[in-house]
Design a protein around this ligand. Structure first.
Ligand code: MN
Ligand code: MN
Length: 468
């Protein structure tokens, strides 16, 4: 009898087994090798611009060309378009007409960080300091007293773009935001955690040597500006037209005694950028045109010229339709309405330190594979673009056929909080969209954690979706 029950349980229960079980030595080797390549990508791609730049280079090395260089498009052609250097669309043209629909996977390259204000420089206590405005949803106290690197672009009025990257090389200095010592923090410690460190207290320590002329004031600020001027040819007013981001200076590393996880900054959502991109490289001539989107501005609401709401995505698809000789007044809408998309974004992985935030039945767990999130939103699914069950069933079939583990989940307990993704921006264009990505523990912190198994599952799952 006991065997019968066991068999019945196996047949009827959703087993949700760990992906690490019953892997061959070959598979294990593949998973760890892929994770090494992923960590290499992370270390050179800490901002949305670097994601786009490095992804473009990967595409070029793998036979993709700028869509503007093509007169016509045929099945198997591989093209991309870079939008203002901050978002990217790549496509492999399929056998079927575009108007039969596309297979789209969209991830975002921007991550929470500390941006400079446009008038950042000041001096206090004979220290040179920088005013900041954080980007995305962060717990501000997590960003103090850690090494930060300075990345970004200053654009001069003559159009010259100056790229800045300080803090990544071994010989580079780093920066930091100081927090108050516990001895004097009695008052601060009485604040609520969310106000423990406030927005205007996130000021970056930039330098401490005064300019050697004691007849002028603000000599430390002057010295810092002099150093920047010598190295980059910029002045204070040039920062009015700059985008400078401070990101954690530490490198991605294997995490855990068994090397099973990745600890790194920006895995939301660079983990899906990398896996969606690598998956596309394995696509030769798909049935339906396969499209990979690396978008920007997800963390601040999808808007702007490089966010997923931008019409530049429509412009790209129009260009594909034109160059395939398929365009007509209704072609774009038809293409969208027949398309299926994955919003490739991360989910909150179960955290044993905070079990009360999660509902175990519907949480994602590190090591159990790709998430399938049918709806996001908060307080009664508000803000969700819930995926139709038909689309979810199709995705299950694709993942199951490819031997990719998946787990259905939602972000934390009901009414605990919530969040949204770009899924709705695609759904509103008329396509079926489901969220599917990688569980992350410590999301939006300077040091996010993923499982190498899940990273690999995303790569294989996304590849199968493009090819389906
Ligand atoms: Mn995300
Ligand atoms: Mn996020």
């Amino acid at each position: 009898m006991s065997n019968e029950g066991k068999a019945l349980k196996e047949k009827l229960f959703n087993s949700k087994k760990s992906g690490w079980e019953r892997l061959s030595d070959e598979e294990l080797k593949e998973i760890f090798k892929f994770a090494d390549e992923y960590m290499y990508y992370l270390n050179s791609s800490k901002t949305e611009k670097e994601i786009v730049q490095n992804s473009k280079e990967i595409l070029l090395k793998n036979g993709f060309v700028d869509v503007e260089s093509k007169e016509t498009l045929n099945p198997g052609d591989k093209v991309f378009y870079v939008n203002h250097g901050r978002s990217l669309y790549a496509a492999v043209i399929g056998e079927e007409p575009l108007t039969n629909g596309m297979r789209i996977i969209a991830a975002h390259g921007d991550s929470p960080r500390i941006d400079l204000k446009q008038n950042p420089f000041y001096e206090d206590g004979e220290l040179a300091m920088l005013k900041t405005h954080y980007y995305g949803g962060i717990k501000k106290y997590q960003w103090t007293n850690i090494p930060l690197a300075m990345h970004g672009t200053v654009v001069k009025t003559n159009g010259e773009r100056i790229e800045i990257s300080i803090g990544e090389k071994d010989e580079d200095p780093v920066f930091t935001i100081s927090d108050l010592l516990p001895h004097l923090a009695g008052e601060q410690m009485e604040r609520k955690l969310k106000d423990g460190v406030q927005g205007e207290e996130l000021n970056i320590l930039m330098g401490s040597i005064p300019y050697q002329d004691d007849t002028v004031s603000e000599r430390v600020k002057l010295n810092v500006l002099d150093l920047l001027n010598h190295k980059y040819g910029v002045t204070e007013v040039d920062f009015v037209s700059s985008e400078i981001e401070f990101v954690p200076a530490f490198k991605a590393k294997s995490l855990g005694l068994d090397y099973s996880m990745v600890g790194a900054y920006g895995q939301d959502d660079k983990v899906c950028c990398y896996t969606a991109l690598r998956g596309l490289l394995n696509v030769e001539i798909p049935k339906k045109t396969a499209v990979c989107i690396l978008t920007d501005k997800e963390e601040v609401g999808f808007n702007g010229v490089t966010g997923m709401c931008t019409m530049i995505f429509e412009t790209f698809i129009h260009e594909l339709l034109d160059k395939k000789g398929e365009n007509s007044p209704s072609a774009l809408q038809k293409t969208f309405s027949k398309s299926k998309a994955i919003s490739a974004d991360v989910d909150a992985g179960y955290d044993p330190n905070y079990p009360s935030a999660f509902e175990r039945n519907n949480s994602s767990f590190m090591g159990k594979g790709l998430t399938i999130v049918k709806y996001t939103g908060s307080r009664g699914k508000s803000g969700a673009s819930e995926a139709p069950s038909e689309m979810v069933a199709e995705l299950r079939k694709i993942y199951e056929s490819a031997g990719v583990r998946y787990q259905a989940c939602e972000l934390g307990k009901v009414d605990k909080g919530g969040g949204g993704t770009i899924a709705l921006t695609l759904a509103n264009r008329g396509m079926e969209v489901v969220d599917s990505g990688v569980p992350v523990v410590g999301m939006h912190s300077p040091y996010e954690i993923t499982s190498k198994y899940d990273v690999y599952a995303a790569y294989k799952g996304y590849e199968a979706f493009y090819k389906a």
